[in-house]
Design a protein around this ligand. Structure first.
Ligand SMILES: CC(C)(COP(=O)(O)OP(=O)(O)OC[C@H]1O[C@@H](n2cnc3c(N)ncnc32)[C@H](O)[C@@H]1OP(=O)(O)O)[C@@H](O)C(=O)NCCC(=O)NCCS
Length: 211
């Protein structure tokens, strides 16, 4: 009898990414419990805001999704989407409109949202006059304080003023909190899409709202 040759099991292509211990730690974080609601104001983003938006976007994105994406893919996506130069490109693009929320106490940017014209997905390509709420990100210390709702209202106003009738967005299938928030803002799920970050492909919901 010959000994069976050892079979080399294929190694996983990526190491597990453990930025956060468990999805539940992020997704089920409770709403802000505070006796004092923070006050803030919103305005159109300027190029000078790019470093603060890049920093906030990278941090909130990593906190929200870091556990679900292999590290090389996360880093590739952050470089592509949240470098200062990428944010400057967005702010100066004629088809992109970025709104920031600033804390009244120290003028710090605590959230931002982005309206992007000219994008669509297969499941909504029959809809006319649609525009995308592409980003809605709020500093974790301010979650549940109304910043997201205020930013999304500003974005909806810009969209209506530009003649759009339907807002659409994509949200990761595992981002339960954002799904509940969007439902509270009257978005409904209409389909799904695949979303690529580096080599990593995730499934997302497509949600729509009449403007
Ligand atoms: C999703 C996100 C933008 C929401 O912003 P926010 O400032 O926390 O939301 P708001 O406080 O304005 O709440 C908006 C609505 O959602 C509801 N809501 C807020 N947190 C909720 C929660 N944990 N569960 C259920 N509903 C919730 C609010 O009650 C509110 O509805 P109302 O005005 O009818 O009361 C914010 O949590 C965030 O930045 N998350 C991480 C990044 C992310 O996931 N972005 C979305 C990418 S697709």
């Amino acid at each position: 009898m010959f000994a069976q040759p050892a079979v080399a099991l294929p190694l996983p292509e990526y190491s597990f990414n453990a930025h956060i211990s468990s999805p539940a730690a992020v997704q089920l974080r409770p709403r802000l419990e505070t006796t004092q609601t923070p006050t803030f104001s919103t305005r159109a983003a300027t190029v000078q805001d790019a470093p603060a938006i890049a920093e906030l976007g990278s941090t909130v994105f990593s906190t929200t999704y870091g556990f679900s994406i292999p590290t090389p893919d996360l880093n590739a996506y952050l470089d592509e989407a949240y470098s200062i130069s990428a944010i400057v490109k967005n702010i100066t693009s004629p088809s992109i409109h970025v709104v920031v929320a600033c804390s009244d106490s120290d003028n710090r940017i605590i959230g931002f949202a982005q309206l992007t014209e000219g994008t669509t997905e297969a499941c909504i390509e029959d809809l006319e006059s649609i525009v995308e709420l592409q980003r809605l990100y709020v500093h974790v210390d301010y979650h549940g304080a109304g910043v997201g709702r205020t930013l999304s209202k500003e974005i909806e106003k810009i969209a209506r003023d530009r003649g759009y009738r339907t807002m659409w967005l994509g949200v990761w299938e595992g981002n339960f909190r954002a799904q509940r928030v969007y439902e509270a803002m009257e978005y409904s799920r209409v389909g799904e899409r695949e979303f690529k970050m580096g080599q990593c492909i995730q499934t997302g919901w497509i949600m729509c709202k009449d403007l």
